[in-house]
Structure formats: C-alpha cells, structure tokens
Design a protein around this ligand. Sequence first.
Ligand SMILES: [Zn+2]
Ligand SMILES: [Zn+2]
Length: 637
Amino acid sequence: MIGHRTHSKDQISLDIKEGAPSGIEALRVLNIKGLDRVAAIKVNNIIQDLSAPIGPGSMVDPVFIESEEGLDILRHSASHVMAMAVKELFPGVRVTIGPAIENGFYYDFDYQRPFKEDDLPLIEEKMVEIINQDLPFRREEMGSDKAAGFFRSQGEDYKVEIIEDLGEKIVSLYSHGSFTDLCRGPHLPSTGMIKAFKLVKTAGAYWRGDEKRAMLSRIYGVAFIDRKDLKEYLQRIEEAKKRDHIKLGKQLDLFSTYEEIGAGMIVWHPKGGILRHIIEEFEIQEHLKRGYEIVKGPQILKTELWEKSGHFDHYRENMYFTEIDKQSYGIKPMNCLSHMLIYRSKIRSYRDLPKRYFELGLVHRHERSGVLHGLSRVREFTQDDAHILCTPEQLDMEIKGVLDFIRDVMAIFRFDYELEISTRPEKSIGSDEDWDMATRALIKAVDDISLEYRINEGDGAFYGPKIDVKLKDALDRRWQCATVQCDFTLPERFDLSYVDIDNQKHKPVMIHRVILGSLERFIGVLIEHYAGAFPTWIAPVQVRILTVTDRNIPYAEKALKDLIGASIRAEADFRNEKLGLKVREAQMQKIPYMLVVGDKEAERGGVTPRLRNGKSLDFMDIGKFIDHIQEDCKQRR
Ligand SMILES: [Zn+2]
Ligand SMILES: [Zn+2]
C-alpha cells in the first residue's frame, strides 16, 4: 500500500493507492502522528469507523477526537456506554435513542419509574467499569427483518418501531461487550477512549416528542476529551447557575410567575418594574434620536385583518383569539398591521420616505408549555419593534442605520455579537428580483460597516431575507436578540404605495426590525450577563443608606431626601440591626453604592460611599456624591 499527502491546510488528506484492510492500518502506514487521538476516519469525505476497510484510490483524513466531528463521536459513543450501564443495572429497562448533543449526550429510556439524580452516581460507576474494560465497538450490517427479530427477542420494541419506520433493506448495528444498539455510526474504536464524562441530570421526554406517546426518562451527560476540559465546563455551568435569572429574579425581587395567572406570564415587582421602565425610556430616547416616530396600535384586531395579512393562515396556532358581539378578534402576536394602516392613512410621496414607526409593542404568542422558561420564553412580552417603509433605493442605507443602532446599543450594554444573514428558503413567496435586491442590500450593509457575518442558506423568513444578531454574554453564551427582516409581501397585501418622482405609484419595501427583541428576554440576558450586579445607570436601587445607630437617623433621612430629590434611586435601612448584617444584605441585593451614616458623617455632613465590591470612595459631601451618580448615568456605567 502506498499513499501520500495531497494537501494540508486544515486537514491532512491522504491518497491511498492500493487499498488497506482498515482505516487504522492506512493511517499507521502513512505514519500519522497521534493515532491514539484518532476517533474515526473520513474516506472520500464520508466519516467511517477506523476499522472500516479502505478501497484503493480512496482519499482519507483522520478525524481527531478534539475536532468537532471527533467530539460528536465521543459523545455519541458515551451514550451507548450509558445505555449498556443502565441495562445492566435496571433489568427490564427498554432503550430508545441516544444522540450526541452540544457538550454531551442523552439517552431516553422506558422504565417502570423515572430515573432520578440519585441514580446517576451508580450509573456513572458502571460506565467507568465498561470504559476501563476498553471494549471495542463492532459494526455489523444486517437485513432489516433479521435485525427487527433480534430486537423483538430482546423486548426492545422501540428499536423494532424505528427499524420499521426506516423502511430500509439493510440496517447497521453497533455492539460493545454484551450491548447491541441499532445505529448508523460511526463510533470510537473502543470504550477506553472516553476519558472524561459526567452525568448531569434527568428529565421526562415523550417518545418521538409526541405528547400522546409514552413518557420516557431521559438522562443527560457531558463528555470531553480530557478531565481539564470537563472541569472547565462544569465550572462554567456552576457559574451559570449562580447567574440564573430565575434565581436572581427572586433574590433581587424583580419578577414572579403564578400558576393561577397562567404559565409564561410575568408579574413585574417594583424593582423589576423600574428596571423595565429605565430600559424603555432609554429605547424611546435612542429611537427619537434616530428619526423614528412613536406610534401605538390596539391590542386586539379583527380576525379578518389577520386573514388578510396571512397571519391567520401561517401563524394561527400561536395566536390567541377572542369573540365579542359575534365579532372575532385576534390578539396581536406582532405589531406590523397597525403600522401599515398608519402608513396607508395618507398619500405618500417619495419625499416622505423613509417612515420609521416605533412601538414598544406588547404581544401574545402561544408557546408550548414545555418550552416556557423564566423570562427567556414567555407567552406575553414587549418588543422594541419598528417598521421602516422606504424606497428600494433607500433599503441599503436604512439597513445600515439599523446595524449602526445595534452596534451602539450593544456597546452600551457591553455585549459582543455575531451576525447571520439568512437567504431565501425553498418555501417562499415574492419575485426573484425582490429577493435578490433585498439580499444584496443586507450583505452590502454588513460589508460596508465591515462586520463579519455568516450566511445561513435558505433560512430566511418565507417573505424575505433577514439578519439575525446573536449577542455573546459574559459566559460566552449566544442569545438571539436583534433581527432585521425585509418584507415585500405585506406592502403588497395592504396595497401600500408612494408616488415617485415619475408621478407613478410604487410599492415601498418594509423592514421589520427589533434591537433588543423581547424586553423580557433581554432583561433575563442582562441579569445573567451582569450576574445581577447591574451598572448604576440601570440598577433598580442605586444607593442604600445604612445607619450605624438610631441617633444617625435624622441626618440619614436628610441625605435620603436629597438623593431622591435629585432623581437618584435611593432607599434606606434604618433598622436597629448590626451594621455587618445590613451591609451583607445590601451586597446580596447587589446595590452599587452603600452609604454608611455614622457619627462622623452626621457631624461633618457628608458620606463615605462603599461600593458593592468592597472598595470605598473618599468622604464627600452629598452634593458631590449626587454628581458622581449622575455622571455614572450619563456615561451609562
Ligand atoms: Zn450509535
Ligand atoms: Zn413586523
């Protein structure tokens, strides 16, 4: 067998001239370094097991375990190991599916009772045993009937169902030790290559995601190439738990939810209420500065209008409806319709364009109860929504304006972000000409401000291409917030027009865009991003005054009055408690400034501000402290 390297940019490709008994043989002969880190092999760009035979003339690439594909194989192999462990420990359990997911894997089991967190250490122990035996993964191809018979004889009905649904003549099975699973593969050469894993949680999941089918018990695990990566990941998760916005929302008394009100509906407490208000004020100012006009449409609109817009056909399942006086109304899931009627209320000339209508629009969207989560997925939320109506020639400048807006706002909140442009999907409406024009405008706008972006081919909305903005938070997690979408359909359906320089009527282009997206979701992201320690300009409480003894109360009251009079969000803790306790409580509330008022402050008529990180500022009079806070707000820090 002879082979040679053909290119070596991101991968090493090898040209196998005479064929080899197996992938591992081929790599060995070709003297590939780090064979113990090779998880699988690409043969003519198709990933296969290392044991797969290699035909002559094949191009082969090693798939190292640390590559994205290698990690997938590692994680998926760990799910097989877990399934074997569970079968050995819990007789009668039936297996279903066990894919690799981001950072790990899961497997869904059917057992007489749901698995609990307490079961996990035992399963982990068994898995370690299986891994230590370094059992090879063996692939076997089999006729579907025979394979179905095999799984039926083991009582594995779910596997039989999968084989029947696949409808293929031949299926592949993977075995290690006594455990055999129906699987496409590929897998690691052997179980010993799994060096670092942990089972993290259990959950319920319906078979095939269908609420009418059996409820299964899912076990989630994570797996990495080594202990160091696993440890780093687990630390990140711990940090994320500390920052969890549901937990902090309670601790900071920002919001709550109630089963008796309904799932996915947020109740804002005073501190959450003021936080929202500050962000809304900020948004209004930023929009006015950029030539947007503030508008407001009603919460319910006649169902006929939703039929006309296409929402009734395409979006009905997510909408709430109500009927009064035999007239059906749809509760708005989007704000576009009234904005278009505002546009249509007058004859528009090209000189009037662009029109930029902004609304902090409250919308209702019915989401499945299973996906609801804290502030991130809710059924009622407010969008910072705007619709820009412009001429095709203005499209590119308008998109650029929106991207500048996004850049400025993300810098204020100290977020990095990434852009994705989604192009025409297979199922879509509108002319090729419109799609080309809009897609080109999106790409040009992004290029012009030299932002990097990724193209998601065919992932646009059915009515137009879009830019999605994913912000990166302090833990390097991605969150969808801003979107910019072009739309040629709604202006058509609502017969929007403008009179151009040629005195003819033309159809405007409509841009739907949000900057922060759902305020609920954005506030959830902010809580986690800042770990609840909001910068002073948005902190619900900016200052708490703490008295040392009761005789300091009169001065503390005067200081509080001065602060509130200067529009500073201040509160007081005059309780007759130990100062240490009062300071700790203020720190738990993550309040940016604490003013401890003792005899010195009362006598000299000033304050010594303490920051939440434990540092202090110099003694200053109250007027100077007010300036200091106002400067924080002005600088948005
Ligand atoms: Zn598998
Ligand atoms: Zn819209």
